[in-house]
Design a protein around this ligand. Structure first.
Ligand SMILES: N[C@@H](CCC(=O)N[C@@H](CS)C(=O)NCC(=O)O)C(=O)O
Length: 163
């Protein structure tokens, strides 16, 4: 049986065609290809990340206003919280927007740029995924809350009573 190559329009026998296919597969797995793919993905992520940050700063949410007393109470409620996050992660932007809108003072911990925070997240939280809210309970126990929607719901519920 003969095969025609769409690449150079040559005819090949079955075994020649099999060899060609094998080398084409090998080329695909070549480190140079995965490196190019990696660089491209990084570039796309970077461009998208910057676009999201631009959108975020241009259409920043308006923070709720509280009396100084109510704000002080809220600050007390949130002093046991810390958000592990990446600057350019869209899910982190989502949570940061909630924090801004609800006018909360929550410590932001950069889990990309700071190895200590990255290790804490992985070793104590259980996985390297952001955003993650660290909740330091009154009894000394710690909860690690993952998932942006869950965190946002938690923050909403926290502020619902004290608005
Ligand atoms: N469903 C999750 C998705 C979070 C997610 O995919 N985060 C990415 C960053 S944008 C992550 O942590 N990836 C692991 C890593 O970068 O090591 C959420 O809504 O929070």
């Amino acid at each position: 049986m003969l095969h025609i190559s769409l690449y150079n329009k040559h005819w090949y026998t079955n075994s020649q065609f099999k060899t060609l296919k094998k080398y084409a597969e090998l080329r695909k797995d070549h480190p140079r290809h995965s490196m190019t793919k990696g660089i491209l993905m990084k570039l796309i992520r970077n461009i998208l990340g910057k676009a999201i940050l631009f959108f975020d700063s241009t259409f920043a949410p308006t923070p709720v206003k509280r009396s100084p007393e109510a704000q002080a109470l809220m600050d007390e409620k949130t002093q046991n919280l810390a958000l592990y996050q990446y600057h350019m992660c869209p899910f982190c932007v989502k949570v940061r927007r909630t924090i801004t809108r609800l006018n909360l003072n929550i410590e932001l911990r950069d889990a990309k740029g700071d190895d200590t925070f990255a290790n804490e997240l992985l070793n104590e939280g259980g996985k390297k995924q952001v955003p993650c809210l660290r909740i330091n309970n009154a009894d000394g126990t710690v909860n690690w809350m993952y998932e942006s929607d869950t965190i946002n719901q938690y923050l909403e519920s926290l502020t619902a009573a004290g608005k």
